[in-house]
Design a binder for this molecule. Structure first.
Ligand code: FES
Length: 71
């Protein structure tokens, strides 16, 4: 089975155990969705920073309305 960053519950930030569901919930309830918001809430990017490009991608898709995928 292939790893899919869009699949519900997929861990995006390994260092701080943050999933795409965590990001989605934060962005849905926040008034200004951003990667910085996730850094403040969950510390994403404060260690290796490898999650940042993926979070940027998810955020772009979230703002464009194409993530999460409509069922
Ligand atoms: S994977 Fe997010 S800080 Fe390392």
């Amino acid at each position: 089975m292939d790893w899919d960053y869009r699949k519900p519950g997929t861990r995006i930030c390994v260092c701080f155990d943050v999933s795409n569901d965590d990001a989605l919930e934060a962005w849905r309830i926040g008034d200004d969705p951003s990667v910085e918001q996730l850094t403040r809430l969950f510390h994403c990017g404060r260690r290796c920073s490898l999650c940042i490009p993926l979070l940027d991608t998810l955020l772009s898709e979230f703002k464009a309305g194409c993530w999460p995928a409509k069922e």
